[in-house]
Design a protein around this ligand. Structure first.
Ligand SMILES: Cc1cc2nc3c(=O)[nH]c(=O)nc-3n(C[C@H](O)[C@H](O)[C@H](O)COP(=O)(O)OP(=O)(O)OC[C@H]3O[C@@H](n4cnc5c(N)ncnc54)[C@H](O)[C@@H]3O)c2cc1C
Length: 401
């Protein structure tokens, strides 16, 4: 890992966040990197002992439980704090899907906190304690870009149970999880309305559920989940029957700004590595750093990363001020993930053959960042959200009549 010189054009982080950023950087360099260096190249996590060790240090630093409500022993922080941590903790070889090797993470999907006390007790608290792990299953073979219309998994009430039939696709970390939140279309008794979406907490040993691994571009596989007459007890409805889409939306929107921040962190590290290499790599007639073609790649990457970071900090600050940030979150997700993809691509180009060698993290980041433009809503869907909002709020400017 290389040192970065921070130039936060137009955005002055408060002193305590600058200190926090330094603290996370040190943790990544001094604690996470030595553990990562011992792991096989395509590892998706570290050993249990190392995880406990890292978590212990993170806990001492006050950096755990960040998305857990205080009443359940969490340490909820501002959105801006979350993005600073997301950005810095992604700066590691396993960064895209295992930031800080999970030291700051853990905890259930945030939507569990909207559940009943019994659900929180059974499914929320054990995740905080590291005893349970969960998945969230929205996407189906019919398409994930428009879940409101494309969810076809059916839930039919039979006595005190709901019977689920359908298929989910691309579900991260589904196999081996202790439960998942599965979204299905249910009859909710509202007169004259088509079946709406409901969220169900499903356990892998409920009858009628199977998991099939789907190999993809990254090391961590997602899964297909097949539900065949899968019986879910009535008390496992999460939230209100027929109001599950709002639950899904809150899960998705909440994650988008830190999601973009993590991608920016990875890309910043890639750019810094490329600068280090350009500064020392001899080539015909001098060093790589003296070639304008290389300088332009570095300049474009620097400018785009600064812009992406400002967007993320601005959106997080608005969220902290209580503003609705649905569109801002789409702007961050779109620009952050696309910028990160371009920057890592350029970094690989600057390294040449070394850029695609497995001993370097760049090719892994390149593959994993490719997914980031599809997961959590593909770029096109975020462009649609941004364009619709712009069109709705724009009358034509001064010279339009
Ligand atoms: C590795 C991985 C992990 C995932 N993990 C999870 C998970 O844990 N839980 C979960 O629920 N889902 C998960 N997903 C699913 C992910 O959210 C979906 O892949 C994504 O929402 C896109 O859905 P789709 O793949 O069905 O593509 P489709 O919806 O079929 O879209 C295909 C392409 O069409 C284009 N497109 C779609 N709509 C429009 C439009 N309106 N205008 C213009 N172009 C459009 C886009 O380019 C899009 O990429 C994961 C996906 C991957 C690849």
């Amino acid at each position: 890992m290389t040192d970065t010189v921070d130039i936060n054009y137009g955005f002055q982080l408060p002193e305590e966040l600058l200190m926090l950023r330094e603290q996370v950087r040190r943790f990544m360099r001094e604690e996470v990197k030595p553990i990562e260096d011992k792991l096989p190249y395509d590892a998706i996590g570290c050993s249990k002992a190392d995880k406990i060790h890292l978590k212990g240090i993170a806990e001492d630093m006050g950096l755990t439980g960040l998305t857990i409500p205080a009443e359940y022993g969490g340490n909820p922080v501002s959105a801006l704090t979350r993005v600073i941590i997301a950005e810095e903790s992604a700066k590691c070889r396993l960064g895209a899907y295992a930031p800080a090797l999970g030291a700051f993470g853990g905890g259930p999907p945030n939507i569990i906190w909207g559940g009943t006390e019994a659900q929180i007790e059974k499914y929320g608290i054990p995740c905080i304690e590291g005893k349970k792990r969960a998945f969230v299953a929205i996407t189906e073979p019919t398409g994930g870009s428009d879940p409101r219309n494309n969810i076809t998994t059916r839930a039919v009430k039979k006595g005190d149970r709901w019977v689920l039939n359908g298929r989910k696709m691309w579900i991260t970390a589904a196999a081996g999880a202790d439960y998942g939140v599965v979204f299905a279309r249910s009859d909710d008794g509202r007169e004259g309305e088509p079946p709406q979406i409901t969220a169900f907490i499903v356990e892998p040993d409920f009858p009628g559920i199977t998991f099939n691994e789907i190999g993809v571009i990254r090391a961590l596989s997602p899964y297909e989940i097949v539900l065949e007459n899968c019986e879910v007890p009535e008390e496992n409805v999460l939230g209100r029957v027929g109001y599950g889409f709002a639950v899904a939306q809150s899960w998705l929107v909440d994650a988008r700004i830190p999601y973009a921040a993590g991608c920016i962190g990875i890309a910043q590290e890639a750019l810094d590595m490329a600068c280090g290499w350009a500064n020392q790599r001899p080539t015909r007639g001098g060093l790589l750093k003296d070639k304008q073609a290389i300088q332009w790649m570095i300049a474009d990457s620097e400018v785009e990363l600064q812009a992406a970071r400002l967007l993320v900090y601005d959106a997080a600050s608005k969220a902290d001020a209580g503003e609705i940030v649905k569109v801002d979150a789409s702007v961050c997700k779109l620009y952050g993930t696309e910028t990160a993809g371009r920057v890592v691509d350029r970094a690989i180009q600057i390294f040449g053959g070394m850029g695609v060698a497995k001993e370097m993290p760049l090719e892994r980041w390149y593959r994993e960042l490719r997914i980031k433009r599809i997961g959590e809503g593909p770029s096109e869907v975020h462009r649609m959200v941004i364009a619709r909002n712009k069109l709705r709020n724009t009358e034509g400017g001064v010279y339009f009549s």
